[in-house]
Design a protein around this ligand. Structure first.
Ligand code: M6R
Length: 618
């Protein structure tokens, strides 16, 4: 997804912008560009933009060109929504006279009406991109004698949609402007320099002190100062947040890929997630501040997310249901928001999102809040839109995740959901004057052992690599499981298809014979997950059905011996744990399986084609 960086200060802006853009590459993009305000005598803003990866396009173009050094500039990585990826459609976009340059994240919904009006006024729009109307509108208002701040303010009044903007103007060449509406933008505070970025990761080597802009904010940055205005031009105060992440946390640290590093980081990330939340066998989630009345009203729970975050909800749902004994549903955000679901104060809605910026998930939260439902956000990104809109926020504390494929943030989400299920059960038990239930007690006792179990599991990649070698030779694969093993299989198939480009499908094992079995041909890999003891015999029968058609069985199980093991061509063992926690350990195996299959097939593991890390459009 698109990324923004802006710089004003005494250092070389080009270098800082390029370093920031490299740090945003993980978000996924198809073209990139920068605009520099060069020293006096230069008649226009210098814009250099190219299709393709930074290393292929923009860096080469910058090496060839000779630009006088500048201390002010903006940069952008674009992930196309309107207009194909091309040099021309890349950002920054400029006005007719190349005096104003703008980079934009988001979508301008009314751009065609604005474009028609501007063309009537004689403006010449050069690209197919919605964002291009913005510099032309600013130019228009400047022509009407507005100063740059007021021209920007008038411009954003006319925009419908979502935007984070960074703007430079040749005639006011000692400042940089940022505006935010429904798309994240932060101001980085330096010493004699200041920054703009859509994502803190871009700024980590330079500053960890940031102002998280709110909707409607306009930030005016000079070398020594940052002033924030509201929509009416009134100066407002925004506090500075210190970010804990350091630059090294966002580096590969010697691993060939971020994904492998992030898989290996899971034991430490789970320790951070659990830190202070289980004490003396009891649970503490001070982030959840339900009153007695709030809790007593709840009759139904929705867990809502997209992609991997949806899968975390699927794998947590049975625990909520079993412990709380109330209806719990897991919902895909892009469907939920258009379904007119039953929502009200008696419904607790939990929104799951690594980035906290996923457009569909945010829209669901807004819908739930509008109907008076209680809202909880589970996210990894402090200050993200989701975290700011929900009644209660629980951070997953997984640290920055760079690889497009979610790994450590998925398991951290699942762990937080499981903590939440225990917490709500414990709270409602307390309200009814009950002791902690045996089920909750046992889970809270087992959770602190999970990081070590994952460490043990990740010690030996060899058998998983071996299984991946077989799977990598096929164009199709199936994943099967029952109950929680099916939920784990769903995430396994998504990982495999998104990074190795192998077509993969997950099925509840009992459902195979209702159609999909027709696709099982000799040798086809069928990855079977079996950790749920009460479903073991049923699972054996389903595996038999596959074997009878010649399917190749790769088994992931906590069972050390037995008929099930004998039926499989390849077996990966996971350490035994409480049945409802098993998907956490299975995730480690299926993530590595996908990783090695992708490496063997020569795929770009961290940046799979067509995908973005943060999906801020519908
Ligand atoms: O940031 P979110 O968790 O809201 O993102 C939702 C999905 O786009 C995301 O989980 C996606 O499916 C994964 N990156 C796939 O690994």
């Amino acid at each position: 997804m698109c990324g923004i960086v802006g710089y004003i200060g005494k250092q070389d802006a080009q270098e800082i912008l390029m370093s920031g853009l490299r740090r945003l590459e993980y978000r996924g993009y198809d073209s990139a560009g920068i605009a520099l305000l060069c020293e006096e005598g230069n008649p226009e803003v210098k814009v250099i933009k190219r299709e393709g990866a930074l290393s292929e396009g923009l860096e080469a173009a910058l090496e060839k060109g000779s630009f006088s050094q500048s201390g002010i500039g903006i940069g952008h990585t674009r992930w196309a929504t309107h207009g194909a990826p091309s040099d021309r459609n890349a950002h920054p976009h400029t006005d007719c006279h190349q005096q104003i340059a703008v980079v934009h994240n988001g979508i301008i919904e009314n751009y065609s009406e604005l474009q028609a009006d501007l063309e009537q006024l004689g403006h010449c729009i050069q690209t197919e991109v919605d964002s291009e109307v913005i510099p032309h509108l600013i130019e228009h208002f400047k022509n009407e004698d507005h100063d740059i701040l007021s021209a920007v303010r008038e411009t954003v009044r006319r925009l419908q949609g979502a935007y984070a903007l960074a703007i430079v103007d040749h005639s006011s060449n000692s400042s940089l402007i940022g505006v935010r509406q429904d798309s994240p933008l932060v101001v980085g505070i330096g010493d004699g320099e200041n920054y703009l970025a859509s994502d803190v990761a871009a700024l980590l080597p330079y500053t960890r002190d940031v102002i998280i802009l709110e909707n409607g904010d306009l930030a005016h940055l000079t070398v020594d100062d940052v002033v924030i205005y509201d929509e009416d031009g009134v100066v407002i105060e925004r506090s500075i947040t210190h970010v804990d992440w350091d630059a090294e946390m966002a580096e590969k640290g010697g691993y060939p890929h971020f994904m492998l590093k992030e898989i290996e980081e899971q034991p430490a990330s789970w320790e951070a997630t659990l830190q202070g939340r289980i004490k003396n066998g009891d649970i503490h989630l001070p982030e959840i501040t339900f009153t007695r009345a709030d809790l007593e009203t709840v009759e139904q729970i929705y867990l809502v997310g997209c992609g991997t975050s949806f899968h975390a909800g699927l794998a947590a749902m049975p625990m909520f249901e079993n412990l709380l004994r109330m209806p719990v549903r897991t919902e895909i955000a892009s469907e939920f928001r258009y379904r007119d679901p039953v929502l009200g104060p008696e419904v607790l809605t939990v929104f799951i999102s690594q980035s906290g910026e996923t457009a569909d998930t945010l829209a669901c939260l807004e819908l739930a809040a509008k109907h008076g439902a209680q809202t909880v956000a589970i996210t990894n990104v402090v200050g993200s839109s989701l975290s700011r809109k929900a009644d209660h926020v629980i951070y997953t504390r997984a640290g920055p995740e760079i690889s497009v494929a979610s790994t450590k943030t998925y398991t951290a989400q699942l762990l937080v959901l499981q903590l939440l299920a225990c917490h709500l059960t414990r709270l409602s038990g307390l309200l009814a004057g009950h002791e902690m239930s045996e089920d909750v007690r046992a889970l809270l006792k087992e959770m602190p052992h999970l990081p070590q179990k994952m460490r043990d599991l990740l010690q030996d990649h060899a058998p998983i690599k071996e299984m991946a070698r077989y799977v990598a030779g096929w164009q199709d694969a199936f994943f099967i499981g029952r109950g929680l093993d099916y939920a784990a299989a769903m995430e396994g198939q998504l990982k495999l298809k998104e990074i190795s480009y192998i077509h993969a499908e997950a099925y509840p094992a009992g459902e195979l014979k209702h159609g999909t079995l027709a696709l099982v041909e000799p040798g086809i890999p069928v990855l079977a997950v079996s950790t749920q003891a009460h479903l073991r015999s049923k699972m054996s029968s389903n595996i038999e059905e596959v074997r009878a058609r010649g399917g190749w069985i790769g088994l992931v199980t906590d069972l050390k011996e037995g008929r099930l093991i004998d039926m499989a061509q390849s077996v990966i063992f996971v350490p035994p744990t409480a049945p409802s926690l098993a998907p956490l350990l299975v995730a480690g195996v299926l993530q590595l399986l996908a990783y090695y299959a992708a490496v063997l097939r020569g795929c770009p593991v961290d940046m799979p084609r067509n995908l973005a890390k943060s999906v801020t459009v519908e």
